[in-house]
Write a protein that binds this ligand. Structure first.
Ligand SMILES: N[C@@H](CCSC[C@H]1O[C@@H](n2cnc3c(=O)[nH]cnc32)[C@H](O)[C@@H]1O)C(=O)O
Ligand SMILES: [Zn+2]
Length: 433
């Protein structure tokens, strides 16, 4: 007999954004939704109560550096280039595998608490990231970030080679919940010769790419000066763009670049809080969508956000989307919520982000019994404009309950926080020596 779970007595958000009274029956072994219909409790081995709650697809954080939770609040109120060069990269130079293990676990707890079930991670010590994802029960597309600027040729080559080796080693780990990508940091932080050498090898291996694109204007100028073209064209010429590629930011993207991204099917992961905090700019999200570019949502690392709560990001995306378009009808609530669910799942290549039979059983159950969610005119509006991550009461990923009544099951939460605090203090002390 298969092991089944039913989320019962609540309401369910359908892929068409209707809210229906139904239970969700899940095959916990296959990690798949079996049925969405009333009165399924009697068919399940285990139930999860969703009274006064809305069952939604688990949110997808499509761009993150999870272990950067250790650097949350370490360096704020600076422009990206100075922030990276003066604060973040010196601290990361001291980062150990144990630090990444501690920081990623803290990120996992934070994501589970706020209803995120899948994320993309670009960082170091990927083996530790994979182990944390496995233990947490989350789903992730992970990779080793490549930077070649400031390195000699051999070190640069080693970094790119490591990204490919890591992607091949860990793909399919954690019962298939872990997938991988090769993650060059950005077009201007990796030398052209290394792209030319490695892109064909990565394509040959069938591994996706993920990188930062058009985050700030300084980045654009560096590529324009060297290559004489816009970064999207430069990336396309190198063979980096395809429908398995997803890029972060896309803040400074012009109409021709949008056309290229749409043609290639490359998804842009919008990170509105990070873009605002680092004063990178406002991504033209509605224009990207209108041009046919797939758009997902991400937090970026906790050092530029400073939390991993995608409910914050939903609201920021809807609001900044209106300011960027100078149009209050731009990036409406359904559009924003779609980016954080189906959009994110598509960008990461997961068959998730929607509640329907056959889809991955990745769910968040939002407690509606709260003053800031009263009255009920439109629950999608509430999800985007009024709800917070702390309104999530249960989180389910791959058919397994990761949080039940706000209790994270995989980890001893206070131990995770204590360990993160210790590692963060020691890391910063080493960096400032
Ligand atoms: N192997 C590389 C590591 C790159 S990991 C990915 C990098 O992205 C950095 N990062 C975090 N947030 C942002 C952002 O908003 N824009 C650009 N880079 C970021 C992060 O600090 C990390 O150094 C090396 O040797 O440096
Ligand atoms: Zn980033």
């Amino acid at each position: 007999m298969t092991d089944t779970l039913a989320v019962v007595d609540g309401r369910v958000l359908t892929p068409a954004f209707d809210v229906v009274e139904a239970d969700v029956l899940v095959d916990a072994d296959a990690g798949e939704i079996l049925e969405v219909a009333p009165d399924l409790a009697s068919e399940a081995d285990e139930t999860l109560d969703a009274t006064d709650s809305l069952v939604v697809p688990g949110l997808v954080n499509a761009h993150c550096h999870a272990a950067m939770t250790l650097l949350r609040g370490y360096a704020d109120d600076k422009q990206l280039e100075a922030w990276l060069q003066e604060d973040i990269w010196p601290a990361e130079a001291e980062l150990t595998a144990e630090d990444v293990a501690a920081g990623t676990r803290l990120a996992a707890v934070e994501m589970i608490r706020s209803g995120t079930t899948a994320f993309a991670d670009m960082y170091f010590h990927v083996g530790e990231v994979v182990e944390a994802v496995r233990e947490a029960g989350l789903r992730a597309r992970v990779g080793h970030g490549v930077v070649t600027v400031g390195k000699d040729d051999e070190a640069a080559r080693d970094d790119f080679a490591e990204s490919l080796a890591v992607a091949e080693e860990y793909d399919g780990a954690a019962d298939g919940r872990v997938r991988t990508a090769v993650m060059p940091h950005a077009p201007h932080t990796v030398g052209t010769q290394f792209f030319e050498e490695f892109v064909p090898r990565v394509r040959e291996a069938g591994v996706p790419f993920h990188f930062h694109l058009n985050e700030t204007e300084v980045y654009l100028d560096e590529i324009a000066d060297e290559a004489g073209v816009r970064p999207t064209e430069y990336a396309d010429d190198l063979g980096l763009l395809s429908d398995t590629t997803f890029v972060a930011h896309g803040v400074h993207t012009d109409a021709a670049e949008m056309e290229t991204l749409a043609e290639r099917g490359t998804a842009v992961v919008h990170c509105p809080a990070s873009n605002a905090k680092l004063n990178s700019g406002m991504a033209p999200v509605q224009e990207l969508l209108d041009a046919g570019v797939p758009v997902a949502l991400g937090t970026d690392g906790a050092a530029s956000n400073n939390d991993l709560d995608l409910f914050d990001e939903l609201r920021d995306a809807a609001m900044i989307g209106k300011l960027a378009a100078d149009d209050a009808t731009a990036v409406d609530a359904e559009t924003a919520f779609g980016m954080a669910t189906a959009g994110g799942a598509a960008a990461l290549g997961f068959d998730a982000g929607r509640i329907e039979a056959g889809a991955a059983a990745d769910l968040a159950v939002v407690d509606l019994d709260a003053p800031h969610l009263t009255p009920e005119h439109d629950l999608v509006s509430h999800l985007v404009y009024a709800a917070r991550g702390s309104d999530v009461r249960h989180t389910v990923c791959d058919g397994r309950v990761l949080m039940r009544d706000r209790d994270v099951l995989a980890f001893d939460e206070s131990a995770v926080r204590e360990r993160a605090q210790e590692h963060a203090e020691a890391l910063v002390a080493r960096a400032e020596e």
